[in-house]
Design a binder for this molecule. Structure first.
Ligand code: SF4
Length: 558
């Protein structure tokens, strides 16, 4: 397609991603601007309308998914009267329990480890919480653009100069359709990347500028989750249950969770590291097994599955955070890896880093200096805040699990008594896919669960419950660098693990029409935007890019 003529708009700030981080940044900046403008003869005049927030989902919050138990610390700083303002907090946590599961039994920990104690926290639907935050941001006069994805970064030399939004109305071959509308070039003084886990623009920027030069690689887990309606009387509202053990092997990091949003509504999920050795391992399938454990089955039996979703979680921690400021841009929240893997919590850090970014941006706008030197104040601020203190205490946590669950527990214990250090100052970390072994190195095979359609479900039934929808006639947003590798080498060496690690049945090996073998088929419209394939592919030849804005899952209550 020839290069389209695009409209160019100039503004102060473009925030890519309307999740908790991006919206908190927008709201805090609008608060600061309001205070500034209230002073007589404030100069320069700033306007919240010049904060543009782009969101690839058709509706604010529709791509947000988490467990979730919220530590309200940063929300209280951002919106001190959040309860009076109607924050959708489903329930305060009333009770914590941790179980170790075997195939048919369980052992309840007599004492809850401090990092899993949730007194004072709230069970939330992050998708509802985000919608609510979006309403505050809109009321503050910020310009919100749902349905617009950031597809490219605009540069002036090395400096980030803005964002190009997605072209709309392009067919699967890249040709304009009758409804073609080119994306906008939004030129901005500062761009904030708040795309969430494994953001596609963040990945580009970090690589282009070597922002991760001094960092460990990022490590991820995949969380799959279902929302269930269950008969009353099985669990109390506000109950939080975490599990370790079955169905995961001793070589895997992960565990299950059950959160009671209401007495009759449970959020149930499984989180597993993407550093699995076995290319046949399938987190979705493992989650279905998890639900057949007597403890979980006893809670869900006779209930109804309402919703499904999946998302990766950046767990590398302190040493995996790249440089978060560059000329004209900041990276915040999950996009930068601000997440406490030990507590399984990131929303509070997303909100706080959004706020600190806003304070940095405000000062930069007043000084009219958006250089890396000025924006590096963000680094200084988060390192001087409780964000640093919290992450420093668990700086080696995820790396301690490199050799499996039990060695990881031992390391975690040593780290707890040594203020996060453990046996060395900085544990190394390897990319998740580097742990994957070839088929011929893996004996046996994973246990297959046959879905019964009542308690256990196949991927397509689950995807249906994620509300996922994409315009079918558009370029595939899963870019494969070399199909020959998929169809021959990967098939031979790893058995095409994309078929297993994708929790939405996007990848499928299909027989060739002439019977000469199999080829990779991509059912891109099933994609729930979890980013697993971009991370876990052993040859790193899958690149996830944004599809046409408005497509993707439609999470509700998740
Ligand atoms: Fe996740 Fe990739 Fe599958 Fe989409 S295609 S659901 S991003 S693994």
């Amino acid at each position: 397609m020839p290069e389209a003529e695009r409209d160019t708009l100039a503004t102060d700030i473009v925030i890519v991603g309307a999740g908790p981080a991006g919206l908190s940044c927008a709201l805090r900046l609008a608060q600061l601007i309001e205070q500034h403008n209230a002073k007589a003869a404030s100069n320069p005049a700033l306007s919240p309308e010049n904060i543009y927030v782009l969101e690839k989902a058709g509706e604010i919050g529709a791509h947000c998914l988490s467990g979730a138990v919220l530590d309200p610390r940063s929300l209280r700083e951002l919106v001190p009267d959040f309860e009076a303002k109607g924050a959708p907090l489903e329930s305060p946590v009333t009770d914590d329990a941790v179980y170790f599961l075997t195939r048919s039994g369980q052992w309840k920990l007599p004492v809850i480890p401090p990092f899993l104690q949730n007194h004072g926290n709230y069970i939330v639907s992050v998708n509802r919480l985000t919608k609510w935050l979006g309403s505050l941001v809109e009321a503050a006069g910020v310009s919100l653009f749902p349905g617009f994805a950031g597809s490219d970064i605009l540069y002036d030399g090395r400096r980030v100069a803005g964002i190009r939004t997605d072209d709309k109305g392009v067919d699967r071959n890249g040709n304009p359709k009758s409804n073609f509308q080119p994306g906008y070039d939004l030129r901005a003084k500062i761009v904030v990347l708040a795309e969430g886990t494994r953001g596609s623009l963040t990945k580009q920027l970090v690589r282009q500028q070597g922002l991760d030069r001094a960092a460990n690689p990022q490590a991820y887990s995949l969380g799959v989750k279902e929302l269930w309606q269950v008969p009353a009387g099985r669990v109390g509202r506000g109950q939080v249950i975490h599990t370790a053990g079955w169905p995961l092997s001793g070589r895997q990091l992960g565990g299950g969770f059950i959160y009671a949003l209401e007495e009759t509504q449970l959020s149930v999920g499984l989180v597993v590291g993407l550093d699995s050795e076995d290319p046949r391992f399938d987190v979705h399938n493992c989650f279905q097994q998890f639900k057949t454990h007597p403890l979980v089955m006893g809670l869900l039996e006779g209930g109804e599955l309402l919703r499904y979703g999946a998302k990766t979680i950046p767990e590398g921690g302190y040493f995996s955070i790249p440089t978060t400021a560059t000329d004209g841009a900041l990276i915040i929240g999950d996009a930068a890896g601000f997440l406490n893997a030990q507590r399984l919590k990131g929303i509070h850090l997303a909100i706080k880093t959004g706020m600190l970014a806003a304070e940095t941006i405000f000062e930069a706008l007043l000084q009219q200096d958006c250089s890396q030197a000025a924006l590096s104040q963000f680094e200084t601020k988060w390192r001087a805040s409780w964000v640093h203190d919290e992450l420093w205490k668990v700086r080696n946590y995820r790396q301690g699990f490199e050799h499996g669950f039990w060695p990881g527990v031992l390391h975690a214990g040593l780290q707890m008594v040594s203020g996060g250090r453990g046996v060395r100052a900085r544990y190394p970390l390897y990319k998740d896919h580097e742990h994957m072994k070839r088929l011929d190195e893996m004996p046996g095979g994973p246990v297959e669960t046959r879905p019964d359609g009542k308690l256990t479900f196949d991927k397509l039934s689950d995807v249906y419950r994620s509300g996922t929808h994409h315009e079918e006639d558009q370029p595939c947003h899963l870019k494969i660098a070399d199909f020959d590798i998929c169809n021959s080498r990967c098939a031979r060496e790893y058995g095409n693990p994309c078929q297993n690690f994708c929790p939405a049945a996007v990848y499928e090996m299909e027989e060739n029409a002439d019977g000469s073998g199999r080829h990779l088929k991509i059912n891109a419209s099933n994609c729930v935007h979890c980013k697993t394939c971009d991370i876990a592919d052993p040859y790193e030849i899958i690149t996830w890019v944004v599809p046409e804005g408005g497509g993707g899952p439609r999470y509700d209550g998740m």
